[in-house]
Structures are given as C-alpha cells and as structure tokens.
Design a protein around this ligand. Structure first.
Ligand SMILES: [Zn+2]
Ligand SMILES: [Zn+2]
Ligand SMILES: [Zn+2]
Length: 160
C-alpha cells in the first residue's frame, strides 16, 4: 500500500522523541484512571503504532516488536491489540486488516476513517451516526460496534 505514491510524504508522520513519550505518558495516565495497566507488551505495541507513518498489520507489529530485532510471539501482540482497541487507544481498519493509533484524545468513540487509495493514509474523523443508530434502534436492533470506512483520494494525492 502506498509504495509507488510520492504525493503524500510526511502527511502522517509517526511520532518521535518527546512527542512519542508524551503520548505514551498520556496513555499511562488514562489507563491508571480506569484501573487498567499499560503492561510492557501493551506499551510496546502502542509505541510501534504511534511511531508508524501509516496503518500497520499485525505481522508488522510482531516482526518489529523486539528492540533487539527478536519477533514477538503472535498471541502477545494480538492480546495487546485487543486491549488497545477495547480502551480506544487503537482502531482496526477492517478493509486493510491493519491497525492505527487513535488520534483523538479522550474517551471511547465510534471510529470513522477516510482511506486514501493512492498513498494509504488513514485519516480519522468524527462521524454523525445518530440518525442511523436511531433507525436501527427502531427496528429493535442493538448496535454494539460500528466503523465507517470511506475510500478515495487524500488532498495531497488529489493535488498531484
Ligand atoms: Zn479514535
Ligand atoms: Zn493520498
Ligand atoms: Zn498518492
């Protein structure tokens, strides 16, 4: 994804240095406030997602897990991803089968993404699902999760 696109370099740079430690610190504070623990594997997976320039697949995370180049055991990464998704620190983009860190501060929310077919950028945005959810509720259906994925071209790729 995005390997032959040169339009959008740096549009979604991963976090580095101080910005990365700040984001990890904020995640630790949020975990503590909800009686959850950001264990070493959870912290490592979150760090890899935050530092990435785009969505990562589970096998990317497994391969990059060890600071010494050692891959992780897959269940370690999958369990950490479950936790990060449950607490809203990360989202799974189903059509890409890949994960991104949540770029919105604060509480859990329904996720929506604008996905660029050219460069692979995934931009999170705030959907307004109220009408749809009310329509579903009127039929008696209980919606538990909902992720909107909209595909197209990002501003940088459109300009090119
Ligand atoms: Zn989010
Ligand atoms: Zn793009
Ligand atoms: Zn492009």
């Amino acid at each position: 994804m995005g390997s032959d696109c040169h339009h959008a370099d740096g549009v979604h740079p991963g976090l580095r240095g101080g910005a990365l430690s700040q984001a990890i610190g904020a995640a630790e504070t949020r975990c503590a406030a909800t009686q959850e623990r950001l264990t070493a594997p959870r912290r490592r997976v979150l760090e890899l997602l935050l530092a990435a320039d785009g969505p990562l697949k589970a096998y990317d995370l497994i391969a990059a897990f060890g600071a010494d180049g050692e891959p992780a055991k897959p269940p370690t990464v999958y369990r950490a991803l479950d936790f990060l998704e449950r607490l809203g620190f990360a989202h799974r983009i189903e059509s890409l089968n890949a994960y991104v860190p949540c770029r919105r501060e604060g509480t859990a929310h329904r996720a929506a993404f604008l996905l660029c077919d050219c460069c692979g950028a995934a931009e999170e945005f705030e959907p307004d699902f109220d009408a749809q959810l009310q329509a579903a509720a009127r039929t008696g259906f209980l919606v538990q999760t909902m992720t909107l994925e909209a595909r197209g071209l990002c501003p940088a790729c459109r300009k090119a």
